[in-house]
Design a protein around this ligand. Structure first.
Ligand code: MN
Length: 198
């Protein structure tokens, strides 16, 4: 897998997004990241490190810690691993123009389902359309299921909190925990810092 579609969409002389992979890789556990993205519409992007790239989905409403809530995710292009630490402003006129904030980040591991092999493989599980992971983020923890709706490669997915100690129907981190886990900043503060720099 590669992030060639990612590169085709972007002009790296204009956007501050990473063109190539940095030195992010090499950790013992793969990582996930959720970025909040104030583009044409305010949304979240959910990304999982799989086979050297960040598999990516747009997550319009963000994650819910309530297991009864199924959150829709639309697949987007693979992103380079270095994107996990990207926070800043994509200029007007560029692909994805708007402010990006690292909303949550951390390691994850694949959880084997009852009917699955002992050592589950994230890439194979994604191809089959069902992956369950345990997230070790600052805001999100515990088990999460990613379920594709149908067999088409471009089909939408659902993100669903599994019923465990980290499930909490009363928590609403999307609205109560808006700050970046990297910098502690809000979207407004990231935007203001970019305005000052230009
Ligand atoms: Mn986005």
């Amino acid at each position: 897998m590669s992030a060639s579609r990612y590169r085709e969409k972007r002009d790296f002389s204009r956007t501050p997004e990473p063109a190539e992979d940095g030195a992010t890789g090499g950790s013992e556990r793969p990582i996930f990241v959720i970025q909040q993205h104030d583009a044409t519409r305010l949304h979240f992007d959910f990304r999982l490190e799989v086979e050297g790239v960040l598999k990516s989905w747009a997550l319009p409403k963000g994650p819910s810690t309530d297991p009864r809530e199924k959150r829709l995710m639309t697949p987007t292009e693979d992103h380079p691993l270095a994107y996990a630490d990207f926070e800043g402003v994509i200029p007007e006129g560029e692909y994805g123009a708007g402010t990006v904030l690292v909303w949550d980040q951390g390691p994850y591991e694949v959880i084997a389902g009852d009917d699955e092999e002992a050592t589950p493989d994230a890439a194979a599980a994604l191809r089959r359309g069902k992956l369950t992971v345990r997230l070790f983020g600052e805001k999100l923890e515990g088990g999460w299921a990613l379920v594709r709706m149908g067999d088409a490669p471009d089909a939408d997915w659902l993100l669903i909190k599994m019923r465990d100690d980290a499930a909490d129907a009363r928590r609403n981190p999307v609205s109560t925990e808006p700050r970046s886990v990297l910098s502690g900043r809000t979207l407004d503060e990231i935007r203001a810092a970019a305005d000052d720099a230009s």
